[in-house]
Design a protein around this ligand. Structure first.
Ligand code: GLU
Length: 424
C-alpha cells in the first residue's frame, strides 16, 4: 500500500475538486496504488515575486506561479493566467487538467499552468509588458521548447505571448519561437490559433447536436464569458445558424431572445473593454444566465460556476464546458442523476486550443508553416478521434462522459509513468 505524504501547499477547493475527479477515475480503472499518487500530484512548481515599476514611479510586487504537473509524456504544456483571484492551488488544478487533456487528445505533452495575481485591466500597456517580460525572465530556467511550453489563458493574449517569447529569446541569445504558443502570426504564431478553442467548442457542439438530432436552426445558446473563448465560440455557432440568446462577462450579461447582434457586441467590447451597459438586450446576471431555458449552455469563464445550488435548475439540453473546471463534483452528480442533460467535459470540449498550440509548436520546430485550411482539417480530425474514443469508453463501461474522458486521459499518463520508472 503506498501513501502520499504531502503538505497543504496546493490545498484549495478547486484543487480538491480536481483530486476528487482523479480519485473517481482512478477507482473506475483500478489504477494500482503504486502508480496512483505519482500520477495525481504535480511534479514541481515555482513561485516568483515580480517587481514592476508603475507609471507613477512606484514599484509593485506581483506574485506569480508555474506548476508542472507531469513531464512523463513530453514537455509540459499549458497557459498562463493573469487574474486577481489566482492561487497556487488553482494553478495546480489547472495544470492537472492540462495533463489529462493533452493525453486524451493524444498530444505528446504533459500538463502545466501558470498564473499571476493581477487584474490586467488595471495596468497600463507598458506595465503589462513589464510584468509579462518579468514573469518570463523568472521562468527562463524553468521553461523551454522541450521542457515546458506556456500559452495564453484567462487574462493573457498573443501580444503577451510575443513579449514572453522575445524575453526568453534575448536570454538564450537566439530566436526560440517554440518556447511559447499563441503568439502573433508575425512572430511564428499559427494560423487559426486565436480562434482555435472557440472553433473547437463550436465543432463539438455541432457534432453532439447532430447526435441529439437537434437542427442548428432550432438551437439557442447561452454563453457565460465573452473573452477569447466565449466570443469565438459565439461567432462560430452563430455563423452555423444557431441563435445566441445570452452572453456575459464579469460585469454582467445581456439577454435577447431574438438573438444578440454579435458584431455590435464585439465592437462594443473592443472599445469599452466590458459588456456593462451594452444595449443589445435586457441585462441579466451571470447566475440567471446559467439557468436560462436554452438548447446549449456554455460556461466559458472560470471554475466552479455550475454547483449544487444551480445544477438542479439548469434548463438546457447540452452543457459544453469551454472553461476549465466549470462544474463542481456535486453538480456533476446532480446532472448525471437528472439524466436529461448531455455534458461535453472540459478536457474534450476546450481541447482545440492546445491542439492548435501543438501545431504551432511543430511549425516552429520545423520552420515550415501551414495554411489555415490545413490547421482546421487536422484540428477536426483530432477532435473527431477524441470524441469517438470518449463515446466508446462511455458506452463500454457505462461511465458518465466526464468519467470516460478522464479515465482515457489518466490511463495513458499512468501507463507512460509505469513504463518509464520512478523518476519522471
Ligand atoms: N489555456 C488553454 C487551455 O486551458 C490553452 C493551453 C495551450 O495552448 O497550451 O487549454
Amino acid at each position: 500500500m503506498s501513501k502520499a505524504i504531502v503538505s497543504s501547499l496546493y490545498d484549495s477547493e478547486v484543487f480538491r475538486m480536481a483530486c476528487r475527479q482523479f480519485d473517481q477515475a482512478a477507482d473506475a480503472i483500478n489504477l494500482p496504488d503504486t502508480i496512483r499518487d505519482r500520477t495525481k500530484y504535480p511534479r514541481r512548481c515555482l513561485a516568483v515575486a515580480l517587481s514592476v515599476r508603475r507609471r507613477d514611479g512606484s514599484v509593485t510586487v506581483f506574485e506569480g506561479y508555474r506548476v508542472q504537473h507531469n513531464l512523463s509524456t513530453g514537455p509540459s504544456k499549458g497557459g498562463i493566467r493573469f487574474h486577481q483571484d489566482v492561487t497556487l492551488g488553482e494553478v495546480a488544478a489547472l495544470a492537472m487538467w492540462m495533463s489529462w487533456k493533452c493525453s486524451l487528445v493524444g498530444l505528446p505533452y504533459g500538463g502545466a499552468k501558470g498564473g499571476v495575481i493581477v487584474n490586467p485591466n488595471e495596468l497600463t500597456p507598458e506595465e503589462l509588458e513589464h510584468l509579462s517580460r518579468r514573469y518570463m525572465q523568472e521562468m527562463v530556467n524553468f521553461v523551454g521548447p522541450h521542457t515546458d511550453v506556456p500559452a495564453p489563458d484567462v487574462g493573457t493574449n498573443e501580444k503577451i505571448m510575443g513579449w514572453m517569447m522575445d524575453t526568453y529569446s534575448n536570454h538564450v541569445g537566439h530566436l526560440v519561437p517554440a518556447v511559447v504558443t499563441g503568439k502573433p502570426i508575425s512572430l511564428g504564431g499559427s494560423q487559426g490559433r486565436r480562434e482555435a478553442t472557440g472553433a473547437g467548442v463550436a465543432y463539438l457542439v455541432k457534432k453532439y447536436l447532430a447526435d441529439l438530432k437537434v437542427p442548428l436552426s432550432k438551437t439557442t445558446v447561452a454563453i457565460q464569458g465573452f473573452g477569447n473563448v466565449g466570443s469565438e465560440t459565439a461567432v462560430a455557432l452563430a455563423a452555423s445558424g444557431a441563435k445566441i440568446i445570452a452572453i456575459s462577462d464579469y460585469t454582467g450579461g445581456i439577454y435577447n431572445p431574438k438573438g444578440i447582434d454579435l458584431k455590435k457586441a464585439l465592437t462594443y467590447v473592443q472599445y469599452q473593454k466590458v459588456l456593462r451597459d451594452f444595449d443589445g438586450g435586457e441585462p441579466i446576471s451571470n447566475e440567471a444566465l446559467l439557468e436560462l431555458k436554452c438548447t446549449v449552455l456554455i460556461p466559458a469563464a472560470l471554475e466552479r460556476q455550475i454547483t449544487e445550488q444551480n445544477a438542479g435548475r439548469l434548463k438546457c439540453r447540452l452543457v459544453a464546458e469551454a472553461a476549465n473546471g466549470p462544474t463542481t463534483n456535486e453538480a456533476d452528480r446532480i446532472i448525471e442523476a437528472r439524466g436529461d442533460i448531455e455534458l461535453i467535459p472540459d478536457i474534450l470540449c476546450n481541447s482545440g486550443g492546445v491542439i492548435v498550440s501543438y501545431f504551432e509548436w511543430l511549425q516552429n520546430l520545423s520552420s515550415f508553416y501551414w495554411d489555415r485550411d490545413e490547421v482546421m482539417t487536422k484540428l477536426h480530425g483530432i477532435l473527431d478521434k477524441a470524441k469517438d474514443a470518449v463515446e466508446y469508453q462511455k458506452r463500454k463501461f457505462k461511465f458518465s462522459r466526464r468519467l470516460a474522458a478522464l479515465t482515457l486521459g489518466i490511463q495513458r499518463v499512468a501507463d507512460a509513468k509505469q513504463s518509464r520508472g520512478l523518476f519522471p
